[in-house]
Design a protein around this ligand. Structure first.
Ligand SMILES: C[S@@+](CC[C@H](N)C(=O)[O-])C[C@H]1O[C@@H](n2cnc3c(N)ncnc32)[C@H](O)[C@@H]1O
Length: 202
């Protein structure tokens, strides 16, 4: 169910998702900070898996640095954008594969394949069921070579506050907000998305 919702949401929001990380200084801060740590901790070269990489912003920047990258995402519309942008950036020779698939099943890859694995922009927060999330993390670890860095970003609990302030200000101070862990975001055109907000202990 949640995969269906994710696909539906991002197919409607595909252009917005491509622009997301550069649309304002706040979002750009996410990109710059994340990229700073990628550059710091990734090995100098090698094959990187961009799982849940969407329209490919990180794939393209890593390819420009000389990495070989495989991009995998659930949403075909985002991968179409990625194809165009990869061509535009002239890094087709570095992007080895673009795969439509779900990161909880990476059976197309052998154990210890990648020199680095990234799963950014809160992609894991779209996997609502705990067991499926754990399976995803097992898969990300399995396909990474030993001692290789794996970067996973999630939507943190504090993001409830900004999301609520922007989208549901009427709920501030209510019991709903205090109990909230999984948020249903309903957009104007009734496209529903579920996201899970992580506590540090998660
Ligand atoms: C906010 S976007 C982040 C895209 C990219 N990682 C970035 O940081 O720019 C979240 C992405 O997660 C993808 N996604 C969600 N669930 C997924 C799953 N089970 N397998 C693969 N991709 C998934 C969505 O299609 C979407 O592209």
């Amino acid at each position: 169910m949640s995969k269906k919702l994710v696909k539906r949401y991002y197919s409607k929001e595909s252009i917005k998702e491509w622009k997301r990380l550069i649309q304002d200084p706040y979002q750009k801060l996410e990109f710059d900070t994340t990229f700073y740590f990628l550059k710091k901790y990734l090995p100098r070269k090698g094959l990187i898996l961009d799982a849940g990489g969407g329209p490919g912003r990180y794939t393209i920047e890593l390819a420009k640095l000389g990495y070989e990258v495989i991009l995998l995402d659930l949403t075909p519309e985002l991968l179409e954008i990625a194809k165009g942008q990869i061509k535009r950036a002239k890094v087709q020779n570095k992007v080895k594969q673009i795969i439509e698939g779900s990161m909880d099943n990476l059976s197309m890859f052998r154990n210890n394949t990648f020199d680095g694995v990234i799963c950014l922009g809160g992609a894991l927060s779209h996997i609502i069921e705990k067991r499926q999330r754990e399976k995803t993390m097992d898969e990300l670890i399995r396909v990474a070579k030993r001692n290789t860095p794996i970067f996973i970003s999630v939507i943190g609990r504090l993001a409830v506050l900004t999301t609520e302030l922007l989208r549901f200000p009427e709920e501030i101070g209510t019991k709903v907000l205090r109990k909230l862990e999984i948020l249903e975001i309903i957009l104007e055109d009734m496209v529903l998305l579920l996201v899970i907000f992580f506590y540090p202990k998660n």
